[in-house]
Structure formats: structure tokens, C-alpha cells
Design a protein around this ligand. Structure first.
Ligand code: PAF
Length: 285
């Protein structure tokens, strides 16, 4: 496995492997690798011959009051885990390699980025789409792999790739969970033991919503029921619970499944997000 910081180095290694006839898979990450990333890497390993992960804590997707400075950075541990998982190349650029002086271009996906997390994190998705567009241009993978935990991010990236005719297949993979249901996230480490103990209640409430949706409840009914359940959990401060269409991300309102029930909630300073998908006329998917 190689680790490179420069775009030119990554490009020449990737060009060589492509010339040898290998397909290339990309798993974009911000490092602090966990079981969720390892599942993406494993899926990529199965499909692609040459596996690249990017490790870049992207400053443009963090708001001024967010945790950019404190976001965990563990390059040595990440390299060990990546090597064990069969990664061929780590692309870990410094910020100035991605955003050199004079950089002024950004990619904006409208509509899809306005609700859910976008409402509470202005500029976040523009930061994500800009960096992902750059990473896709740099690596030019055959496939890129993203987790469904960041469901809105996945849909936004699919839209960007379609709209900009970027020649890559975007693969979304199911959320990896701890044994008690909590979605695996780099930010879970910020939770105190007390907060960690109640954290799985977010997924429990979403599952309850999914059950109601699969029994025919409307989007609004599901939202009310999930909010009611979360209101009873100590320490939780709910930011939003929304039932949206899985593709358009439009609120379902009086409409029934299909829907994605998505929520964001704070436990102290730590913001957790999660979602469950309910297919049309079926149960919890
Ligand atoms: O999901 C993430 O870790 C980030 O948003 C991504 C896709 C690596 C872009 O910085």
C-alpha cells in the first residue's frame, strides 16, 4: 500500500494501474476509520481491482461553530487499518493541495440540499459536493462508495454525478450499526458513558416510525410518533425528524411509504444523525 499527499502522485499511480487493465474503486473518507468505512472498503475490494481511499478532513463542509479543528485525525492508525483491509492507495492531501490559493469554484446541488441536514448546516453540502467532485476528477474511479447513514449526502452526490455527467458509478451501502443499534460514526467517541447509553434510542424511535409507516401511517403521522418517542428520552435534543421521499427528499406529508425517515439530534455537543427506509407497500428496509 502507498500513501501519497500530492494529486500528481495519485494520478500517476492510478494511470499505471488503469493501463494494466485494472478497475479502480474510491472510498472517500475524512479518516478516523471505523467499521462503517471498513464495510465500504470491503465492498469496494469485492468489486474493484485497485482500491483507493482518500483521507481529507474537508474544511469547506464544516460550519464556523462546528468541530473542524477537533475532528479526530489519526493517520498512523488509519494507514494500519487500511493496509489490513486491502487498500492499495491512500490519498491524503493537505488542505492547500485541494484548495490552493486563488481557489474560487464550487459545486452546488439545489433543491435536494435545502431540507433535512441542509436546513441546519448552511454551506455543508456545497462543501461536500465540491470536494467529492474534485476527488472524482483526481482519482477518476470506476466506482465510488458511500454509506447510507448520510442518506441526503448520498442522494445529493448521485444527483451531482448525473447532472455533471461524471463517469462513475455511485454505490450506496447500508448503515453499519453497533450491537445495540447505534449507527457507527466517528463522532460517537465524543459521547459520555451516559450519553452513549441513551444514543441507541434514536434508531429505536426511527424503527418504531418505520413500523408505523409499513402499517400505512402517513409521513406526518410517522414524524409525530418518532418525535413523541424521542421527547421521552433524557438528554436528547431533537433537531429534526422528517419523513421524505427516498429520491426527491420532498416531505411525505399525508403520503405513505415509500419514505426515508431521517432524524438529527444532539446529545450534549454531539450531533447524531440516522435514518431508516421504508419501501412502498412493504416493511422496514
Ligand atoms: O462522508 C464523509 O466522510 C464526507 O462527507 C466525504 C464524503 C468524505 C466528503 O468530505
Amino acid at each position: 500500500m502507498k500513501v501519497v499527499e500530492r494529486i500528481s502522485q495519485a494520478r500517476s499511480i492510478i494511470a499505471e494501474t488503469k493501463t494494466a487493465g485494472n478497475t479502480v474503486g474510491l472510498v472517500p473518507t475524512m479518516g478516523a476509520l471505523h467499521a462503517g468505512h471498513l464495510a465500504l472498503i470491503e465492498a469496494a475490494r469485492r468489486r474493484d481491482d485497485f482500491l483507493v481511499i482518500s483521507i481529507f478532513v474537508n474544511p469547506t463542509q464544516f460550519g464556523p461553530a462546528e468541530d473542524y479543528e477537533h475532528y479526530p485525525r489519526e493517520p498512523a492508525r488509519d494507514a494500519e487499518l487500511a493496509e489490513e483491509a486491502g487498500v492499495d492507495l491512500i490519498f491524503a492531501p493537505p488542505p492547500q493541495e485541494i484548495y490552493p490559493e486563488g481557489f474560487t469554484t464550487s459545486v452546488t446541488v439545489t433543491g435536494l440540499t435545502e431540507g433535512l441536514c441542509g436546513r441546519y448546516r448552511p454551506g455543508h453540502f456545497q462543501g461536500v459536493t465540491t470536494v467529492v467532485a474534485k476527488l472524482l476528477n483526481i482519482v477518476q474511479p470506476d466506482r465510488a462508495y458511500f454509506g447510507e447513514k448520510d442518506y441526503q449526502q448520498l442522494i445529493v452526490i448521485k444527483r451531482m454525478v448525473a447532472d455533471l455527467n461524471i463517469p462513475v458509478e455511485i454505490i450506496g451501502l447500508p448503515t453499519v450499526r453497533e450491537a445495540d443499534g447505534l449507527a457507527v460514526s466517528s463522532r460517537n467517541r465524543y459521547l459520555s458513558p451516559e450519553q452513549r447509553a441513551v444514543a441507541p434510542r434514536l434508531y429505536e424511535a426511527l424503527q418504531h416510525g418505520a413500523e408505523l409507516a409499513s402499517q400505512g401511517a402517513s409521513g406526518s403521522e410517522v414524524e409525530q410518533a418518532v418525535k413523541k418517542m424521542l421527547a421521552k428520552v433524557p438528554l436528547f435534543e431533537v433537531q429534526y425528524v422528517e419523513a421524505v421521499h427516498p429520491n426527491s427528499l420532498e416531505p411525505r406529508g399525508d403520503a405513505r411509504a415509500p419514505m426515508v425517515i431521517a432524524a438529527a439530534a444532539y446529545l450534549g455537543e454531539t450531533r447524531l444523525i440516522d435514518n431508516v427506509k421504508v419501501e412502498e407497500g412493504s416493511g422496514n428496509a
